[in-house]
Design a protein around this ligand. Structure first.
Ligand code: CTP
Length: 469
């Protein structure tokens, strides 16, 4: 049986005592313990989505541009969660969206038009028949002159009105009059969400093509209540909006790419290794950019301290030999971009146990052997990808060295950068590269590593299209 929600103070005394003891044992508050019990019950009930701890998506650095310049009509209806909408407004505006707000009568019981107006820097529309508002834009224009409508939070009542086509205030009238995509973010008491009437309305609205985000499971603002009914997190709402609005071309759709990134660690013994200063920032950004352009991307990453890029399959390795094995297993593919700063040498016969200092004995010496060259192996492979891109990290004779690498390694393009310490490129957020190809050199300006990644991704799409034609 699914238990939608419970109120602790309404429980029988002995159950309450049991819960108190269980919570104390697990080091939780009673509310938290109850939430976990409800969550595990929900997990057994396959008809419900997992009420895991709220999973907030990270946004790909390139996807926010979708919101730039977009006109969002934001309808705020009543509910305690309305305060979270203030944060949504700020995050949307940070991404360049223009937010025009409509507040229902009940929304104004929870947050003020003054704060909404200040954050949106727009007039707050509240009345269906307001001489001032009607002269200004009018409800039909409000409904049409936007790229999308978002209702956050939406109450059970407003959902019921939408499902039945009622138009008795400005919000419901605009929702009936619009021809734009509509995203709704419900927030209500779990009993109201699970009520059969609400669930009927949810079904109708889904069939009508209304987009939903949430509600999420968890603790409710009302003390002691837990269940499904929380407003989704701001970033989840924004990610969903981007999904709906994104109409950018995906030139790499259907293409597969491998990207290597980060340093490799070559063991000396179980606790020591040879490494280098690569942060993985540029390689990871390239993987994210290729994914953003539609490619299916496998990122082979050495040990780094940065998060996995969004929308990319990450395979973590440590040593150069592991990186090569992984890359070869992933052939054939359409694109290979080798950004990793692979250690050139590894210690021959790394020790199986930690090497100890011994009194009176000289310091240990190590024989180094050369690591396999991953770019060169892939560049000359029978299953060579259609486009092979390498990097050249140099501290002198940039173009000559890059041109030599282009030929030696069988690449189509080398992204050359000067990694002298004074450039700050190793570990920094910016990069200044030259693109060395078989037809010449192109110098790019100083850019963020994300911008280099997207520009390279677009160049790769272009080159690939030329090869295929
Ligand atoms: N590379 C590779 N495997 C290696 C060494 C390098 O795949 N064992 C790739 C890098 O990912 C990069 C390119 O080759 O795309 C050039 O790397 P770089 O370190 O600049 O050159 P090296 O080949 O190591 O040459 P050198 O040390 O002489 O500059």
């Amino acid at each position: 049986m699914h238990v939608a929600s419970l109120t602790i103070r309404n429980l029988d005394e002995d159950i309450k005592q049991n819960l108190r003891e269980r919570a104390a044992q697990n080091g939780h508050s009673m509310e938290e313990e109850m939430r976990l019990i409800l969550a595990s019950l929900d997990q057994q009930d396959t008809s419900l989505p997992k009420p895991a701890s709220v999973d907030v998506p990270r946004l790909n650095p390139f996807s926010s541009e979708v919101l730039d310049g977009k006109q969002i009509l934001l309808i705020i209806s009543g509910g305690i969660a309305a305060y979270k909408t203030l944060d949504l407004i700020r995050r949307l505006r940070e991404r360049g969206a223009k937010v025009r707000p409509i507040m229902t009568q009940s929304a104004q019981e929870f947050i003020t038009p003054l704060s909404v107006g200040a954050l949106t820097a727009d007039h707050v529309y509240t009345e269906l028949f307001s001489r001032e508002d009607e002269q200004d834009v009018g409800h039909i224009r409000l409904a049409r002159e936007c790229d999308m409508i978002v209702v956050a939070p939406i109450t059970a009542n407003l959902m019921a009105k939408m499902a039945h086509g009622r138009a008795d205030d400005l919000a419901s009238t605009v929702l009936l009059a619009t021809d734009k995509p509509v995203l709704i973010a419900p927030a209500m008491n779990p009993h109201m969400w699970h009520n059969k009437a609400t669930q009927r309305n949810v079904k109708t609205l889904r069939e009508d093509g209304i987009h939903f985000i949430g509600p999420e499971a968890g603790e409710m603002a009302e003390s002691g209540e837990a269940g499904k009914g929380r407003l989704s997190e701001t970033m989840s709402i924004i990610a969903k909006m981007i999904d709906i609005l994104d109409d950018r071309p995906k030139p790499l759709l259907g293409k597969t790419a491998i990207v290597t990134s980060g340093p490799t660690h070559e063991p000396i013994d179980p606790v020591r290794y040879i490494a280098n200063r690569s942060s993985g920032k540029q390689g990871h950004a390239i993987a994210a950019a290729l994914a953003e352009l539609g490619a299916s991307v496998k990122l082979i990453s050495g040990p780094v301290n940065i998060p996995d890029p969004v929308g990319v399959d990450v395979i973590k390795i440590e040593r150069a030999e592991e990186m090569l094995d992984t890359a070869l297993q992933l052939l054939p593919c359409d694109i290979a971009v080798m950004v990793a700063a692979v250690a050139d040498w590894r210690v021959a016969g790394a020790a199986g146990e930690k090497i100890k200092k011994k009194k009176g004995q000289s310091v240990p010496t190590f024989d180094l052997v050369e690591n396999p060259d991953i770019l060169k192996t892939v560049g000359h492979h029978a299953k060579r990808p259609a486009l092979v891109v390498g990097f050249a990290a140099e501290t002198q004779n940039l173009i000559d060295n890059a041109t030599a690498k282009l030929k030696r390694k069988g690449a189509d393009m080398i992204v050359a950068n000067d990694v002298s310490p004074e450039t700050g490129i190793m570990g920094g957020d910016r990069n200044r590269v030259r693109i060395v190809g078989h037809d010449g050199v192109d110098a790019w300006p100083d850019l963020s590593k994300d911008d280099v990644a997207m520009r390279l991704g677009k160049l790769i799409s272009q080159k690939l299209a030329e090869i295929v034609v």
